[in-house]
Design a binder for this molecule. Structure first.
Ligand SMILES: NC(=O)c1ccc[n+]([C@@H]2O[C@H](COP(=O)([O-])OP(=O)(O)OC[C@H]3O[C@@H](n4cnc5c(N)ncnc54)[C@H](OP(=O)(O)O)[C@@H]3O)[C@@H](O)[C@H]2O)c1
Length: 202
């Protein structure tokens, strides 16, 4: 499956390597193709606006408080699956949006003919690479409106090594985004080990 990633940052590059190792062709969308940056042989680089052209799934991996601007230029997003792993976190790791809405819901409103699936936002990059703790698979919660899109993303998340769990429609994003703050505060602010994560027993 062809996968596109919007954002050439920390998460974008870690995911590109994971997907490449799983056998998926990967494109990364960059803001300016003329910028000087380290290029990896297994990644095809395209402009932000072209990230939906050749890819079935596109991962949005840009800063959570810049997401509207980043997705506004994407051409032909209709019918595509977008994984939204952003967290609306501003300066000093403070949540800037929530309770009555979320990044996932705002993105779904903007890309109204695309299928937004919220997931992969509740762990740090370390656990995207190795989604287990003491040998147990971490649960990865998934939310989106379209059953087929949710299922496709569930399969990908399973391939990555998580225990996926679809929780409901895209409005669940407003619960999944604050959930990430527990991990962000503990690991990024308090300096605790990243060897922890959520397991949902059922
Ligand atoms: N870090 C984690 O452990 C983690 C885990 C789960 C989810 N997330 C979420 O993943 C997303 C990406 O995080 P990251 O750590 O990969 O961030 P990052 O390293 O700062 O990378 C952000 C990327 O977004 C691009 N970008 C696009 N539009 C932008 C704009 N208007 N302003 C600034 N940058 C813009 C940047 O482009 P340039 O290269 O041109 O600057 C850069 O490639 C965030 O929403 C975060 O909440 C992070």
């Amino acid at each position: 499956m062809n996968i596109g990633i919007l954002g050439n940052g920390n998460v974008g590059n870690v995911l590109a390597e994971i997907f490449h190792k799983l056998g998926h062709p990967v494109q990364i969308g960059v803001r300016d193709l003329k910028d000087e940056f380290e290029k990896k042989h297994y990644i095809e680089y395209v402009g932000f606006e072209d990230i939906a052209e050749d890819n079935e799934i596109i991962v949005i991996a840009v800063p959570g408080n810049k997401v509207e601007k980043a997705i506004s230029s994407i051409k032909n997003p209709e019918g595509k699956i977008f994984i939204d792993l952003t967290n609306p976190v501003g300066e000093d790791f403070v949540l800037t949006r929530g309770r009555y809405t979320s990044n996932g819901e705002v993105i779904q409103e903007i890309l109204k003919d695309s299928h937004i699936v919220k997931t992969l936002n509740t762990v740090g990059v370390e656990k995207l690479v190795e989604p287990t703790v003491t040998g147990k698979k971490l649960t990865m919660l998934i939310a989106g409106n379209n059953k087929i899109a949710n299922k496709k993303v569930e399969e990908l998340v399973f391939e990555m090594g998580f225990d996926p769990m679809i929780v409901g429609d895209i409005h669940f994003s407003r619960y999944l985004e604050p959930l990430a703050m527990i991990w962000i505060e503990m690991v990024r602010k308090q300096g605790k080990s990243f060897e922890n994560g959520l397991v949902w027993l059922r």
